[in-house]
Design a protein around this ligand. Structure first.
Ligand code: NAD
Ligand code: UGA
Length: 453
């Protein structure tokens, strides 16, 4: 099938490359000329394991191309996926300006029936806005062309995006039940035919329910994390090991083992903004989502939990102290720094006078870019942070190690080496990477999250 992807970011690029991988003829559009130039010269603008191979294979096979040509992109695809960003507006609601601009372009240039697919995470009712924008453009051209808008939210995780897309737990597709909606359903079935025949279930539903499902999924996952973080904070006080509790409750199939890791807060481009947007939607409908407001608040506090443990040990003035910081990205296997917990901790430590030597396997460059913005009011403080070329170098001469991101190489680090390289054998662990008994048996001070054993 001929498919166009509008917006070649994380989701658009993965969707385009993976749909080409299953045999479709894919055209990826972006307004960002730099991104398209990188892709057209054989590069990949993001760090995502395995994506480079899928892109290269499909470009070579002639099934995947990248362009900034809007008219050509509309002409190409019978199916037009909208995968542009939906960042938070000032009031927390999803900013739909990029989605509406993409829809307008479709209406402006289409010359045949199109299935328009909302792939971006968008609030309930957005498909109606997309329809209205396309219809308005068609009207101004005095065109009577037909189209149908469907909702097909994406559930991939950064760092595992290709695997998540190719082997989805489920596919959710919302469509209308009128003639055009049912025509769109048949076309969407063809788009995902190879997934369905490989046993991946498609949940067909109405468009609004599909839009809502995406927010419900992210809100539920964020709630699990904040709930575990609250329990972990209490576990610290009452002398309980939250990791034992995690195993104890996760073995109940009604609860399940995933997404129960306590830590120093969730970050990323999606949980924070999607929780906020759903709260905003509820307010628009005169309903208060009390649980989600608490989820947000707990997460904001949790980003300070490492700082609090550090201040409790050393006092508020950290001058003369040097901290090794392992992990900058909001999670492993990505260079994404959006809403990363490391940014809150770095603010606290540098403003209290500490020095930091940080190491992240891939996010250093992106961290430097965002920290310049975070410290725009006090750029001189950035002289107190340096970036090491490997994990061990960061440790050298440091008063303590602070772990913020759960990269595999940190988990497999030799505790003896950490101990002998640090100036003082102290670890603040925001991701509970080690067994507290083992660390303590080596004569190290260990401050994990909720593991008071
Ligand atoms: P992104 O910022 O990485 O990419 C969006 C791209 O769209 C950018 O490259 C931008 O230049 C481009 N763009 C903006 N307006 C355009 C236009 N009119 N025409 C063509 N291109 C345009 O964003 P992302 O992380 O891929 O997220 C996209 C959507 O998918 C969001 O709604 C997000 O919530 C959702 N989502 C993201 C993830 C994730 O892991 N990143 C997972 C699931 C869902
Ligand atoms: C999340 C969802 O997992 C995806 O299904 C969804 O498609 C995506 O958001 C989206 O809508 O964009 P992502 O943000 O890439 O994916 O990363 P996650 O693996 O979910 O991690 C998010 C944050 O939660 C990270 O900061 C991670 O450290 C934290 N986390 C995760 C915990 O603190 N505890 C856990 O048990 C799991």
């Amino acid at each position: 099938m001929k498919i166009t992807i509008i917006g070649t970011g994380y989701v658009g690029l993965v969707t385009g490359a993976c749909l080409a991988e299953v045999g479709h003829d894919v055209f990826c559009l972006d307004v960002d000329q730099r991104k398209i130039a990188i892709l057209n010269s054989g590069g990949i603008p993001i760090h995502e394991p395995g994506l480079d191979e899928v892109v290269a294979r499909n470009v070579a096979a002639g099934r995947l191309r990248f362009s900034t040509d809007v008219e050509a992109s509309v002409a190409h695809g019978d199916v037009q996926f909208i995968a542009v960003g939906t960042p938070p507006d000032e009031d927390g609601s999803a900013d739909l300006q990029y989605v509406v601009a993409a829809a307008r372009n479709i209406g402006k240039y289409m010359t045949s029936f199109k299935v328009v697919v909302d792939k971006s995470t968008v609030p309930v009712g957005t498909a109606d806005r997309v329809s209205a924008a396309i219809a308005e453009e068609l009207k101004s051209r005095q065109s009577a062309l037909d189209f149908a808008v469907t909702s097909n939210p994406e559930f991939l995780k950064e760092g595992a995006a290709v695997a998540d897309f190719m082997k989805p737990d489920r596919l959710v597709i919302g469509h209308a039940n009128d003639t055009q909606g049912l025509r769109a359903q048949q076309i969407m079935r063809e788009v995902y035919a190879s997934f369905e025949s490989a046993g991946h279930k498609i949940y067909w539903m109405d468009v609004r329910s599909a839009e809502f499902t995406k927010y419900a999924a992210n809100a539920m996952l964020a709630t699990r994390i904040s709930f575990m973080n609250e329990l972990a904070n209490l576990a610290d006080k009452v002398g309980v090991d939250i990791d034992a509790v995690r195993q104890g409750i996760g073995s109940d199939p009604r609860i399940g083992p995933g997404f129960l890791m306590a830590g120093c807060g969730y970050g990323g481009s999606c949980f924070p903004k999607d929780v906020q947007a759903l709260v905003k939607t509820s307010q628009e409908y005169d309903y208060e989502l009390k649980i989600l407001r608490a989820v947000e608040e707990v997460n904001e506090n949790q980003k300070h939990v490492l700082g609090s443990k550090i201040f409790a040990k050393y006092g508020k003035n950290l001058q003369g102290l040097k901290f090794a910081l392992w992990g900058l990205a909001f999670k492993p296997d990505t260079d994404d720094m959006r809403a990363a917990s490391s940014r809150v901790l770095i603010q606290e430590l540098l403003r209290a006078g500490a020095h930091i030597v940080a190491f992240d396997p891939v996010a250093t460059e992106e961290a430097q870019r965002v920290l310049a913005l975070d410290f725009a009011d006090a750029p001189v403080l950035l002289n107190q942070i340096h970036f090491a070329r490997d994990a061990q170098t960061a440790l050298s001469d440091a008063d303590a190690l602070v772990i913020v991101t759960e990269w595999k190489i940190f988990r497999s680090a030799e505790l003896e080496t950490i101990k002998s390289t640090l100036k003082h054998p102290v670890i603040f662990d925001g991701r509970n990477l080690f067994d507290p008994r083992t660390v303590k048996s080596l004569g190290m001070e260990y401050y994990p999250i909720g593991r008071a054993v």
